[in-house]
Design a protein around this ligand. Structure first.
Ligand SMILES: *Cc1c(COP(=O)(O)O)cnc(C)c1O
Length: 370
């Protein structure tokens, strides 16, 4: 018997996945440590996290619970009940998962075989392409217009008999803009399964959930990562027709909704008013930050319905600005792709954090014009 070297094992890996390796993403704490900045002093405006944290009731409820040795309820009875009350639907239309990302992943698995086509309205959230690749699907990209609005006619024209799913991120990440409801419904009108990703629903206030009855091919994915400040807990859910929900409950991995997730969801929804007050404050801050950014002649911010603002850097280099901000303990995300040239995405922080960002950007901008 011959031994196989670890490198040779690559040939056993699915061809579509060969050459893929771990994303080496440095943790924010690592980055700050390297720069000699204490993690608690870092201003994290790079991942659309909620600077107010989760509800204090979540911490209390998680500490009070004792039986983490037992498996959670795989039927998600309480989870589905709680979400259905929050959303205003029935529990049989709700499916829970470990984050909105996992909701999108199981929807993908339900509809898409290797070789099938998936329509993606770019530039948009990178996860759609990632999970399509894992399924061996072919990404068909339909470009958004100069204001990042979707092109309904181009989407319709891109549909073939192989199209199994259309992704619509609304509002869109990383650009922040909202899609008109009539455009979303026009895409649903095609009859092709459509996922509307409403990760930022609580910030935008706009949803297509009431139209799922009329368009049973339309599905909505949401998360508690952003508005409820629980990105670390991993709680997402989808809203579907009862029939699709039933399929999804049949293909999901067991126990995807953990006991802490159910506890944290319950406590958050009990404290909804507190959390929505934080959302409101972030919206006020977003508008203030937008005005300040718009005053800088080095940047062009785009209007946002989320908890972040996308800016094109008009003078200077987005990567260098991002690095310079990092040296000052402020993290933002930079983009330089064919469709997002020289851009930065800034998560809206607390007032004081946003002020520090604005000061730093002004300072950097001033040194650029010298
Ligand atoms: C944050 C986000 C999600 C979901 O994130 P999870 O943390 O996995 O719940 C989904 N879609 C978009 C566009 C997002 O920005």
């Amino acid at each position: 018997m011959t031994m196989v070297s670890p490198d040779e094992l690559g040939k056993w890996v699915r061809p579509a996945l060969r050459g893929r390796t771990a994303h080496v993403m440095k943790s924010p704490d690592q980055i700050m440590e390297e720069l000699g900045i204490a993690p608690e002093q870092a201003i994290k405006l790079n991942r659309n996290e909620n600077p107010f944290g989760c509800s204090p009731k979540v911490n209390q409820a998680l500490a009070d619970y004792g039986t983490y040795n037992l498996y959670p309820d795989d039927a998600q009875l309480e989870f589905r009940e709680l979400v259905s009350q929050y959303v205003g639907t029935t529990p049989d239309r709700v499916v829970g998962a470990a984050g909105g990302s996992h909701v999108l992943d199981i929807v993908m698995r339900l509809f898409v075989d290797p070789g099938d086509e998936v329509i993606n309205c770019v530039p948009t959230f990178g996860l759609y392409e990632f999970i399509s690749d894992l399924c061996g699907a072919k990404m068909v990209e339909v470009t958004r217009d100069e204001n990042f609005n979707i092109d309904v006619n181009a989407i319709k024209a891109a549909i073939t008999e192989k199209t199994k799913l259309i992704f619509l991120c609304n509002p869109n990440n990383p650009t922040g803009n909202i899609t008109q409801q009539e455009d979303l419904l026009a895409v649903a009108e095609t009859g092709v399964p459509v996922v509307v990703d409403e990760a930022y629903y609580e910030f935008s206030g706009e949803t297509v959930v009431p139209f799922i009855d009329q368009y049973p091919n339309m599905m909505v994915a949401r998360t508690l990562s952003k508005w409820a400040g629980m990105a670390g807990v991993r709680i997402g859910y989808g809203i579907f027709t009862a029939s699709i929900a039933n399929y999804l409950m049949g293909i999901k991995l067991p126990f995807g909704v953990s006991t802490p997730a159910v506890i944290a969801l319950r406590a958050s929804l009990q404290d909804k008013d507190y959390l929505m007050e934080n959302v409101k404050q972030l919206i006020v801050e977003r508008e203030r930050l937008y005005q300040r950014l718009a005053q800088m002649d080095s940047l062009r911010p785009y209007p946002s319905r989320t908890n972040f603002i996308f800016c094109v850097v008009l003078r200077g280099n987005a990567n260098e600005i991002t690095e310079e901000l990092k040296r000052r303990g402020i993290l933002v995300t930079f983009y330089d792709t064919p469709l997002l040239r020289n851009g930065i995405r800034i998560t809206v922080g607390k007032r004081g954090q946003n002020d520090k960002l604005i000061d730093a950007l002004r300072d950097i901008g001033a040194s650029l014009s010298k």
